[in-house]
Design a protein around this ligand. Structure first.
Ligand code: SAH
Ligand code: SF4
Ligand code: F3S
Length: 433
C-alpha cells in the first residue's frame, strides 16, 4: 500500500505530517509520488484563516476525485478536522477525520477503514507527548523541526489555535534532547525548536532559555533556531543564550500583529509597542545584524486609518527583514469574531497591499546590506539558474544564497562572499569550504 500526504498551515503541521509518515512507514506503507497512485490520501489542514480552510476544502474535493478509481481512503487531519469534525464526512470519499492529538492511533484506524470500510472520527484530546517521543524517522533532510510545546494557553482575541490545539503543554526536556540528537545523527544540520509560543516553555525547572542552551550544547555543529517567539514572554535570557552560543542562529521571528497600542490591547497580546521596541533594541545591541521577522494583521475590527498608519510607520522604524502579512479573518468562536466595526474588504486589501510594498522594499534593502560581506552558508543542494548549475544554501539569518561550487559540499558549512542581491535573494562566491 502507498500513501500520499499534503500539508497546510504552520510548522506544527509540517512536524505532525512527518510523524504521520513515520506511523505509516512503520505499518509497511511506502510514499506515493502522486495522489493518483496512493491507497491512502492524507490532507493535514489549517484553520487559522477562512481562506486557508476554503483552499483545503477545494483540495479535499479534488483529491477525493483522484481517490475514486483506487477506492483510496481519504483522511482529513489537523486543525480543520478538530474544528469541523463529522461535517467533513459530507464528502463521501472522506473516511477518517482525525484531530491533532490522535495520530498515535492512526495505524489502527487505517486498518479499520481499509478492511471494513469504516468511517472514523477522533478529535479527543491527549495532553501527553507520547506520540512525539519516537526517534524512528530518518527523513528530515538537512533541516529538521523538533516540537517543544503543543497547543497554546494565550487568548489572542482573533486566534483559533487555542480552540483547535488546546492549552499549551511543554514536552519533557529529555524527549526534546533525544529527538534533537536522533535528527543530528540522521543528517539534520539545522534544527528548529517549534511551538506556538516557545518562550512559554517550562518543564519541571527548565525554562526556554535553558532548553535552548542545552540543545545548542548537545549538537554544537548543527545550527539551532526556534520559532515562534511571543513578545510578551521573550526575555533577555534568550537573547543572552543566542549571543553566547555560536551555533544558535541570529534570527528572531517576533510577531508584532499591530503597531497600535489600542489594537494590541484589544487583541489581548499583552505588550505595547514600547515593549516590542525594547526587545528589538536589546537583540540588536547583543547581536548586531540579527534578523528580525514578524507577522502583521491588517483590518482588525475597529482598526482606524490612523491605527493602521501606526503599524505602517512602526514597521518602517523596526526595519524588519521580512514579514508575513494577513488580512483579518473572523474565526468562529473567537472574541474578535463577535466584534462589530468590521473593516470593509476593499479597505483591508488596500492596507495589506501598501504594507506588502513596504515589506518588499525593506526586505530587499536588508539583503542589499549584506553585499560585500563574507557569510557562513549551509549548503543545501544544487540549482540550475539560467542554464548554469549552482549551489544553493542559507545564511544564518535564513536568506538564500546561490554560488558556484562542487556538489559534494552539500550539507556542509562554507564561507561565501556576497556579491550581489536581487530582491531578497543573494549571489556570491565561495571563499572557503
Ligand atoms: N503563535 C504565533 C502565531 C500563530 S498563527 C504567535 O503568537 O504569533 C500565525 C499568524 O497568523 C499569526 O501571527 C497572525 O498574524 C495570523 N493570524 C492568526 N489568526 C488570524 C486571523 N484570525 N486573521 C488573520 N490572521 C491571523
Ligand atoms: Fe494564537 Fe496568540 Fe496563541 Fe499565537 S499566541 S497561537 S496568535 S493565541
Ligand atoms: Fe493552522 Fe493549526 Fe497551525 S490552525 S497555523 S495548522 S496550529
Amino acid at each position: 500500500m502507498r500513501y500520499y500526504v499534503e500539508t497546510y498551515g504552520c510548522q506544527m503541521n509540517v512536524y505532525d505530517s512527518k510523524k504521520i509518515e513515520e506511523v505509516l512507514t512503520a505499518e509497511g506503507l511506502s510514499r506515493a509520488a502522486r495522489p493518483e497512485e496512493a491507497d491512502v490520501i492524507i490532507v493535514n489542514t489549517c484553520s487559522v484563516r477562512e481562506h486557508a480552510e476554503n483552499r483545503a476544502l477545494t483540495r479535499i474535493g479534488e483529491l477525493s476525485l483522484k481517490a475514486a478509481p483506487r477506492k483510496a481512503v481519504v483522511a482529513v487531519c489537523g486543525c480543520m478536522a478538530q474544528r469541523m469534525g463529522s461535517e467533513l464526512f459530507k464528502n463521501r470519499a472522506v473516511r477518517l477525520v482525525l484531530g491533532p492529538d490522535s495520530y498515535s492511533k492512526l495505524a489502527g484506524y487505517l486498518r479499520a477503514a481499509v478492511t471494513d470500510g469504516a468511517k472514523l472520527l477522533d478529535t479527543a484530546r491527549d495532553r501527553s507527548f507520547r506520540f512525539q517521543a519516537s526517534e524512528g524517522f530518518r527523513d528530515w533532510g538537512l533541516r529538521g523541526f523538533v516540537s517543544i510545546t503543543k497547543g497554546c494557553s494565550n487568548s489572542c482575541s482573533y486566534c483559533i489555535v487555542p480552540a483547535v490545539r488546546g492549552p499549551a503543554v511543554s514536552r519533557p526536556r529529555d524527549e526534546v534532547l533525544k529527538e534533537t540528537l536522533a535528527q543530528w545523527r540522521s543528517g539534520v544540520r539545522d534544527v528548529t525548536l517549534i511551538g506556538q509560543n516557545v518562550n512559554a516553555y517550562r518543564y519541571g525547572g527548565t525554562g526556554f532559555s535553558t532548553l535552548l542552551s542545552d540543545v545548542a550544547e548537545l549538537v554544537p555543529e548543527a545550527r539551532v533556531r526556534f520559532t515562534t517567539s511571543h513578545p510578551r514572554d521573550m526575555d533577555d535570557s534568550v537573547i543572552g543564550v543566542m549571543a553566547v552560543r555560536p551555533n544558535v542562529c541570529e534570527h528572531i521571528h517576533l510577531p508584532l500583529q499591530s503597531g497600535s497600542d489600542r489594537v494590541l490591547e484589544s487583541m489581548n497580546r499583552g505588550y505595547t509597542r514600547d515593549r516590542y521596541r525594547a526587545i528589538v533594541s536589546a537583540a540588536r545591541k547583543a547581536m548586531p545584524g540579527v534578523s528580525i521577522t514578524t507577522d502583521i494583521i491588517v483590518g482588525y475590527p475597529g482598526e482606524s486609518v490612523e491605527e493602521y498608519e501606526e503599524t505602517y510607520s512602526f514597521f518602517e522604524e523596526m526595519q524588519f527583514d521580512s514579514a508575513f502579512m494577513f488580512k483579518f479573518s473572523a474565526r468562529p468562536g473567537t472574541a474578535a469574531s463577535r466584534m462589530s466595526d468590521e473593516v470593509p474588504r476593499q479597505e483591508k486589501e488596500r492596507r495589506l497591499a501598501r504594507l506588502m510594498e513596504l515589506e518588499r522594499r525593506l526586505a530587499s534593502a536588508a539583503s542589499a546590506r549584506l553585499v560585500g560581506r563574507e557569510m557562513e552558508v549551509l549548503v543545501e543542494g544544487r540549482k540550475i539558474k539560467d542554464g548554469v548549475e549552482l549551489l544553493t544554501g542559507r545564511t544564518r539569518c535564513n536568506r538564500t544564497v546561490l554560488f558556484r561550487g562542487a556538489s559534494e559540499l552539500s550539507g556542509k558549512l562554507v564561507s561565501v562572499r556576497i556579491d550581489s542581491s536581487k530582491g531578497v535573494s543573494l549571489s556570491g562566491c565561495l571563499v572557503s569550504a
